[in-house]
Ligand binder design. Structure first.
Ligand code: DGT
Ligand code: CA
Ligand code: CA
Length: 576
């Protein structure tokens, strides 16, 4: 049963939605949502765990009931509860939940008050002006719903990188068991670490391509076969994800990997370079007339084109070819370059674990320091800290520091930026802290000018050293707020504030392009996990992928430095 954590996460998320539609106990709804979030990020494959007969590890928020559900899903591929909910609720209503801006509460109102159970019926209701008449809706919401339905039809579905990676890992493991396979690799946008993935491009190396294609068609998750032949197959998985598989000979593996990794724009530039050098480049190799110049590895092909090997994350035709020609490619940051993490939560606010557990987890992830930065009081839903609780937490952090070996904690806070750009806590409360992170969690819809003014004002506050998730987007769920990023970056540079690259796979905020802007302006970046649970330090990998797409090097990232240097920077004793 090659279901993956991503399938489980989707099933739990849907269970939560449908339970909420039925107005189930909010705590129960929340438990499923939290479990979905956990599974969506967890690296450990729980399915394999169950298959191997190993007990599930202790996981935050997963009690006996949910653990039973995980085992049920791993063993049967189904959740009886979800199947029942789906029978009780019309499919069109479930579909409405996919529309941005329509949560269970609104969907419930729409189908109870207007009796709409399909998207076309909902669109009609919007056009007839029936939605605006409902309490809590209004003409603006009605117009947005109509737009969302239209966009829903147009927009190709893209998966978050973390989700695509989970599906890919399970399928790659399956393909490695195909007859005669010596290698399986992911290509396409997944290999380039794009923040979202349209479809999976996989490459296998084997003498008998037809046998490998047949093996893939036998993958139990295949829902639809779109094409199948001796060297390639295209299928749709039950999750809706499309997979393109190519099977090639070892002699041309590098050429195929290069071609199918893309991007298309990068490939076009390489082909032009080949032509200028009187050669021809395609998915089978680099050729001079009929002679094969290079084909087995990417290194050889780049080499014969007069280029160093270019890391996949750079292959977007954003200047990497020019840099390579001058032998001036950046030396991209790697995960092992991170020395510490400057943003994490604990159960003092909305985190799942205590301070010590988070410290141990950070240490287990190879980090040597960790800032404890819980939310401030304005975020009441997250049990944000007021000055007295913050002072008590600091005392506890300092006490722990005297006891812990191998990891050093820094005191800190993720303090809300208020509507006018002032901070949620008074200067006196912030003064003793080492790491003050300013974060926007409200008023996302201000005009560009107003939002920019607000954030620049927050950056003027003397204790602020990091700007959290600078554009506030949630991939697939919330658009970034409108802000003049260049102005923000320049202010950060001027004030000696680091821009956070929040590594949560749903945020990946900064974007790759903004990372590049920050680097070009000479501003510092902090790659932070924003971990709310022990396993979330794994997410740093996704931050690194995004940073590499943004051309970042060790020197651009503040938390690659040893603690002593970071403390000096935090204290403002370094270049501004
Ligand atoms: P995605 O799937 O939208 O996330 O993005 P990619 O980059 O994975 O794009 P995809 O799956 O359409 O194609 C995978 C790679 O195959 C692409 O990056 C370059 C190569 N490729 C596909 N179609 C073409 C084409 O028509 N011309 C060229 N030059 N390359 C192509
Ligand atoms: Ca693709
Ligand atoms: Ca493709």
């Amino acid at each position: 049963m090659p279901k993956t954590n991503a399938d489980l996460a989707a099933a739990f998320e849907q269970t939560a939605d449908l339970l909420e539609l039925q107005q189930a106990n909010p705590f129960r709804v929340r438990a499923y949502r939290n479990a979905a979030r956990l599974l969506g990020e967890l690296r450990l494959d729980l399915v394999a765990q169950v298959e191997a007969g190993r007990p599930l590890p202790r996981l935050p928020g997963i009690g006996a009931d949910l653990a039973g559900k995980i085992e049920e899903f791993a063993r049967s591929g189904h959740l009886a509860l979800l199947d029942r909910l789906r029978r009780q609720i019309p499919a069109g209503v479930t579909e409405m939940l996919q529309l941005p801006g329509l949560g269970p509460k609104r969907v419930r109102a729409l189908y109870e008050e207007l009796h709409v159970t399909t998207l076309p019926a909902l669109a009609r209701a919007a056009r007839d002006g029936r939605i605006r008449a409902l309490p809590g809706f209004g003409a603006r919401t009605e117009a947005r719903i109509l737009e969302a339905i239209e966009a829903h039809g147009r927009r190709p579905q893209r998966l978050k990188l973390v989700t695509a990676a989970q599906y890919a890992a399970a399928l790659i493991a399956w393909l490695r068991r195909a007859p005669g396979v010596s290698e399986v690799a992911a290509a396409g946008s997944l290999r380039r670490s794009r923040e979202t993935v349209g479809d999976l491009d996989l490459l296998a190396c084997a003498p008998d391509g037809a046998a490998v294609c047949r093996h893939m068609l036998a993958y139990p998750e295949v829902a639809e076969v779109r094409a199948a032949g001796d060297t390639r197959a295209t299928v749709l998985l039950a999750s809706g994800l499309q997979v393109d598989l190519r099977v090639v000979a070892e002699a041309s593996f590098g050429a195929a990997l290069l071609y199918f990794t893309g991007s298309k724009a990068h490939n076009i530039r390489l082909r032009t370079l080949a032509i200028e050098r009187r050669m021809k480049l395609n998915e089978y190799g680099l050729f001079a007339g009929r002679r094969t110049v290079a084909a087995a590895t990417e290194q050889e092909i780049y080499g014969k084109l007069g280029l160093p090997w270019i890391p996949p994350e750079l292959r977007e035709d954003r200047g990497e070819i020019e840099a390579a020609l001058k032998d001036a490619l950046p030396v991209l940051i790697e995960r092992r370059d991170l020395a510490g993490d400057l943003h994490a939560h604990t159960d003092w606010s909305d985190g799942a674990a205590g301070i010590e557990a988070m410290a141990r987890a950070a240490q287990a992830h190879g980090l040597s320091y960790l800032a404890i930065s819980d939310h401030s009081r304005r975020l009441t839903v997250a049990h944000g800290l007021d000055p007295p609780r913050l002072a008590r937490q600091c005392a506890e952090v300092e006490a722990l520091n005297r006891r812990l070996a191998g990891i050093e904690l820094l005191t800190g806070i993720e303090v809300d930026v208020l509507d006018d750009g002032s901070l949620d806590l008074p200067e006196a409360a912030l003064a003793p802290l080492e790491v003050v992170i300013a974060a926007v969690h409200s008023k996302f819809d201000l005009s560009r000018a107003a939002q920019t003014r607000r954030i620049l004002a927050a950056l003027e506050q003397p204790k602020v050293r990091i700007l959290a998730h600078p554009v506030g987007r949630l991939i697939d769920r919330r658009e970034p707020y409108d802000v003049d990023m260049l102005a923000v970056i320049r202010k950060c540079k001027a004030r000696g504030v680091a821009l956070e690259l929040n590594a949560h796979p749903e945020r990946l905020d900064l974007t790759d392009v903004a990372c590049r802007m920050a680097k070009d302006e000479g501003a510092r970046v902090a790659i932070n996990s924003d971990a709310h649970a022990e396993h979330e330090f794994d997410n740093l990998d996704f931050g690194i992928g995004q940073a590499r797409r943004g051309w970042l090097e060790t020197g651009d990232v503040i938390n690659t430095r040893p603690l002593g240097e970071v403390r000096a920077w935090l204290a403002g004793k370094e270049e501004r």
